[in-house]
Design a protein around this ligand. Structure first.
Ligand SMILES: [Zn+2]
Length: 201
């Protein structure tokens, strides 16, 4: 018998913490750099599928009184524009691309037994395309390992760094996305980080 533990717990904590606007209130505006704390501006809702969670989460929004623009605090376990959590995608990709599981077994490894196989193939395609960029971008965090190709190299670097740590670094320092930005965002990645997540995949 297996019990899924870590992510249900952190999802619970997230729900509690996000209720308090002071908890992570930015002390300045990341857009216009105004040096005053931002004003709480409600939430937006997005779907999230994690290993032990499938539902709606609230994402805290703030407003800058100077430039009148909003800032959203996306929890770091979720990826912009993707409905599935980093943990689920990571478990799937490692199972399929590093451990060479079948699509079905990889979905099972990510606790998504009912997942359509096209979804997994979509993640694989996106990751294969993004792997050279990731291998390069992650070198400040992990020594590039001996690996036959970019995909295994990037996966090993993500595994040794930790996917969420890597995501935090890529996203905050480079505005890079683990699976790459979709084409409709590519021209304005800065704005993308502040807009509600699109929940199609
Ligand atoms: Zn501002």
């Amino acid at each position: 018998m297996q019990i899924l533990h870590p992510f249900a717990g952190s999802m619970q904590r997230y729900s509690e913490e996000v209720s308090d606007p002071d908890r992570y209130r930015p002390d300045h505006c990341p857009q216009c750099k105004a040096k005053h704390p931002l004003t709480g501006h409600g939430f937006y809702h997005r779907t999230l599928v994690d290993t032990a969670f499938d539902g709606i989460i609230r994402v805290r929004r703030y407003l800058c009184r100077s430039c009148k623009r909003t800032v959203s605090l996306l929890p770091e376990f979720a990826l912009p524009w993707l409905r599935f959590s980093i943990s689920v995608i990571a478990l799937f990709l490692v199972a399929r691309l590093l451990n060479e599981f079948t699509l079905k077994a990889a979905a099972r490894a990510a606790a998504q037994t009912a997942m359509a196989y096209q979804r997994g193939q979509f993640w694989i395609r996106r990751f294969q395309k993004q792997a050279p960029t990731l291998s390069l971008a992650l070198t400040p965090l992990a020594a590039p390992p001996e690996a036959a190709d970019f995909v295994s190299r990037a996966l090993r670097m993500l595994e040794s760094t930790g996917w969420i740590t890597a995501h935090r670094f890529l996203f905050s320092q480079l505005r890079a996305h683990l699976l790459g930005w979709p084409a409709f965002h590519a021209t304005d990645a800065r704005r993308t980080t502040l807009a509600p997540a699109y929940s199609t995949s």
